[in-house]
Design a protein around this ligand. Structure first.
Ligand SMILES: NC(=O)c1ccc[n+]([C@@H]2O[C@H](COP(=O)([O-])OP(=O)(O)OC[C@H]3O[C@@H](n4cnc5c(N)ncnc54)[C@H](OP(=O)(O)O)[C@@H]3O)[C@@H](O)[C@H]2O)c1
Length: 248
């Protein structure tokens, strides 16, 4: 079930788009979180099949309509046999409420789960890996950013066909406080010496982020594609026909 008014609005919008002509089989980790729980209903609405890996304690928290499998995201051997026949792997696991105080947890959870997912996907020859990274470089949250840069390096080393999305902060229900920063961002975007950073580290909405993820699912790449904030922002403006046309 959709979790919020914003999810319902997004679903209504997606209902007006033509169905994807190439339904994907999606394996997703971290699907019970803020982004995953908004993304999964949209993927289902678009006609894709979704299998979500959850830890046993979160079994009831995956949006309905998805196939639930359980395992330990920190040990790929616990779930590797459940990935096939998926052609698309979306990795969303991460420590909740990231802060500089959680540096050790980023390495123990975010990095370990990403490395396990990347190696499992590469070993199985999964057609398309989608990784939710973070905008970089950045002047703050160094440990959080460093872990995601390391995971991106592993994706390159393992030569995965992959889409890496790099938002900085996704605004939405319960994630509203940075709205207060929007006027500061606007000013910075006009100052030549900081405008590139302001754009790279800009805020995106939940709707923009979900549409960028959907576009990634429906436009699998050969090689590597990095999607940064300006491109995430434009994903919601992509006409339905374009989303369908880009489908490989
Ligand atoms: N939201 C943003 O603004 C933003 C911006 C840039 C990057 N990101 C990254 O994008 C990803 C998704 O973000 P989000 O906001 O949806 O995160 P979230 O709401 O905190 O959800 C995190 C997900 O990771 C799972 N998880 C956490 N620790 C785990 C563990 N030890 N073992 C197994 N699963 C675990 C959670 O499962 P449970 O439900 O079982 O706890 C949940 O499904 C994260 O990696 C985040 O760092 C987010």
């Amino acid at each position: 079930m959709p979790a919020s008014i914003s999810d319902i609005r997004l679903l209504l919008r997606v209902k007006q788009l033509p169905q994807s002509s190439h339904p994907r089989r999606v394996f997703i980790t971290g699907g019970t979180g803020y982004l995953g729980s908004s993304l999964i209903p949209v993927l289902l609405e678009r006609g894709h099949h979704v299998r979500g890996l959850v830890r046993p304690t979160s079994k009831g928290n995956l949006p309905s309509g998805s196939e639930v499998v359980s395992g330990d995201a920190l040990t790929a051997n616990s779930y590797k046999h459940l990935i096939r026949p998926s052609d698309t792997f979306i990795h969303l696991v991460g420590v909740s409420h990231p802060s500089p105080a959680k540096a050790a947890e980023f390495r123990a959870i975010d990095l370990v789960s990403a490395s396990e997912a990347i190696n499992a996907a590469a070993d199985l020859g999964i057609a398309h890996f989608i990784y939710l990274s973070v905008a970089q470089p950045a002047p703050v949250m160094k440990a959080y950013v460093a872990v995601r840069a390391e995971a991106e390096t592993l994706i390159r080393t393992r030569r995965l066909n992959a889409t890496i999305l790099r938002p900085w902060y996704v605004l939405g229900p319960g994630h509203n406080w940075p709205y207060a920063l929007l006027p500061i961002y606007k000013v910075m975007e006009f100052l030549p010496f900081v405008s590139q950073s302001a754009k790279r580290l800009g805020l995106v909405t939940l709707e923009q982020m979900i549409m960028a993820l959907v576009e990634a699912v429906e436009s699998p790449v050969q090689g590597l594609r990095v999607v940064e904030v300006p491109e995430i922002r434009s994903a919601q403006n992509t006409p339905a026909s374009e989303v369908t046309r880009q489908t490989a």
